[in-house]
Design a protein around this ligand. Structure first.
Ligand code: AGP
Length: 608
């Protein structure tokens, strides 16, 4: 989603802003631009498409300046065309923005009535024109921005470069993240620590409602009342080097194939096999006192939550509610005293999940976040953070973060079960022994990737595909469908297998492949019955199971199948996540889509 950079420097900022914009590419975007102040004039360059297009344009028409702001845009208001790309400029300033100005329509009307002319369709342009309006009436830049911030509504991060000889960038944060980087003779601004990794590791995270004045040698932060405030300096651990694909064709492929190693690390952090103990990263919180667990997340992280609900209820016998973050706070949820609210997010910045977290926090729930990005808005708002240690995930489609989330959720479920007396020392030892096998079992699956490639080759021709499973594997079916549709653009849906006959079975014919996740567990016979129902209607079933395919569906020449290793019920959904990731990846390769940066999607979804 939109990314912001800013440099108040002593040498030309453009090459460094471009480097920072490349670092923000992983967030997803559809246009990019930079604006600088040079010799008393504002200069700008914008391009639609990849940052490489902006690089080329800057070669043809160079822009330079010691002070500048840059942006990657993920379109919300107005198409991805150059006139809507940021920075937006007037004769007095340039603005870049991440988020949504919700009252832009009424402000735009007011400004048009006053004679302002708008070039594009973005909500951002009202910010540029409103500040310009105040500046034109004689108000200085700092007060013009403060007045503007009081009038705009919504969730946003802004960087504003005013042409007033003060060599200052102004920044504001409401909802969307923004961080200031401190340098020796320069200062910086970025959407996250990754953007600033090659510029500074000495960071000030703006808090909700903060705005700031950043010059070469000073940084002043104000709260929403206009009072100057001191915010702590933190030191980022984010690496300066670009993540690289190694010998893999795509980051997604690399991230799928590195799961055995990554998961071994995460398992090592949360489970002590020798001592047969769970080693949680927090002390002093008594999980036995928790009355109810509410788990909130979006997308893939939400499917991890669904798996965790099965585990927690079955192993720990505690009530668990799971919801998608975009719905949660709007349905007026009922909290219980002593409730634990768990938020799962790879990025730690997802706007809906962050808003839900704040809702639960204000209702007095204890907040536990399960995050990959430890330096994130969610980590700063949480009472406890369980890192998943997946390392940078660059592919927009989440893969290794999902399986790492499952491992951490398994640790939570086992701990809660233990402290509630539902699992004894022997039980803990058994589950830890089983989890320790996960890296080896996933290696076995990955070694058979050629079999999945063959299936992907077949399904890549389909227009619609269904994934079905039962229990924890119904969540994996939904995750498989999400993965396939987001990177191959094949329409796919995931269902609890038993639900099919309540509607979706009407879709079944010889052109609709159905991927059946059928582990040999206590629901195996039920799943097989559902797959038989599909085959009876000419549906093409593809079996993913640890049983021989013949045993599942009685044999069929046309049947495709993938053989899984045997595993216990706790470990099984972690393993079944891998073939559905591979299926999506190889189907995308077969179709020639961009597996790492699929159309319309952003890695970090910072608007509601
Ligand atoms: C996963 O493949 C998706 N790109 C998406 O559903 C993602 O999981 C969702 O946006 C939540 O993101 P988060 O984990 O960073 O909060």
């Amino acid at each position: 989603m939109c990314g912001i950079v800013g440099i108040v420097g002593v040498t030309n900022t453009v090459p460094r802003m471009m480097e920072a914009l490349h670092r923000l590419e992983y967030r997803g975007y559809d246009s990019a631009g930079v604006a600088t102040l040079h010799d008393g004039d504002l200069h700008r360059c914008r391009a639609v498409g990849k940052i490489a297009a902006l690089d080329s344009k800057l070669v043809e028409r160079p822009v330079k300046g010691d002070i500048g702001i840059g942006h990657t845009r993920w379109a919300t208001h107005g198409e991805a065309v150059e006139v809507n790309a940021h920075p937006h400029m007037t004769d007095k300033l340039a603005v870049v923005h991440n988020g949504i100005i919700e009252n832009f329509a009424s402000l735009k009307k007011e400004l048009i009535d006053k004679g302002h002319q708008f070039e594009g369709e973005t909500d951002t342009e009202v910010v540029a024109r409103l500040i310009t309006d105040y500046l034109t009436s004689g108000i200085d830049a700092k007060n013009a921005i403060f007045k503007t911030l009081k009038r705009i509504e919504g969730a946003f991060a802004l960087a504003i470069l005013v042409n007033d000889n003060n060599n200052t960038i102004y920044a504001a944060r409401r909802g969307s993240p923004l961080v200031i980087g401190l340098g020796q003779t320069e200062n910086y601004l970025g959407s996250d620590a990754i953007a600033l990794a090659s510029l500074s590791n000495k960071l000030i995270y703006l808090e909700e409602g903060d705005w700031a004045q950043i010059s070469r040698d000073s940084v002043s932060v104000f709260d929403m009342t206009g009072e100057e405030v001191a915010r702590p300096i933190t030191y980022s651990q984010v690496s300066n080097t670009f993540a690289d694909k190694g010998n893999y064709r795509h980051f997604m492929q690399k991230e799928i194939f590195e799961q055995p190693f990554i998961l071994a690390q995460t398992i090592g952090k949360y489970f002590d096999q020798n001592a047969c103990k769970i080693t949680l990263p927090v002390e002093g919180f008594d999980f036995s006192e928790v009355s109810k667990i509410t788990i909130i997340a979006c997308g893939t992280s939400y499917y991890a939550a669904q798996v965790a609900k099965f585990w927690l209820e079955k192993m720990a016998r505690i009530p668990v509610e799971v919801d998608i973050a975009s719905e949660f706070r709007y349905r007026d949820p009922v909290y219980m005293d002593g409730g634990l609210a768990v938020f799962i997010s790879q990025s730690g910045e997802t706007a809906d999940t962050l808003a839900a977290l704040k809702h639960a926090k204000s209702a007095g729930q204890t907040i536990l976040s399960i995050l990959n990005a430890e330096e994130s808005s969610m980590s700063r708002e949480s009472d406890m953070v369980f890192p998943i240690y997946a390392g940078p995930e660059i592919g927009v489609a989440s893969t290794k973060a999902f399986t790492c989330q499952l491992v951490v959720l398994a640790a939570l479920a086992i701990e809660v079960a233990y402290v509630r007396g539902e699992l004894d020392d022997n039980g803990v030892k058994t589950v830890i022994d089983n989890l320790e096998e996960v890296p080896r079992l996933i290696s076995d699956i990955l070694n058979n990737h050629k079999d999945i490639e063959k299936i992907a080759h077949y399904i890549a021709k389909a227009r619609d595909i269904l994934f079905v499973g039962r229990g924890t594997h119904s969540a994996i079916a939904m995750e498989g469908a999400l993965k396939l549709k987001e990177i191959s653009y094949i329409h796919a849906e995931g269902y609890a297998a038993g639900e099919l006959k309540h509607g979706p079975i009407a879709l079944i014919d010889e052109n609709v492949p159905v991927i059946g996740l059928a582990p040999n567990d206590d629901l195996f016979d039920k799943t097989v019955s559902n797959l038989q129902e599909i085959m009876a209607r000419q549906g093409k079933v593809i079996i993913i199971s640890d049983r021989e395919a013949d045993a599942v569906v009685g044999g069929s020449e046309k049947l495709l199948s993938f053989k899984m290793p045997k595993a216990c019920a706790l470990v099984s959904p972690i393993l079944y996540a891998v073939p559905v990731q591979l299926l999506a990846y190889y189907a995308a390769v077969e179709k020639g889509t961009d597996a790492d940066q699929p159309r319309n999607l952003a890695k970090s979804v910072t608007v509601e």
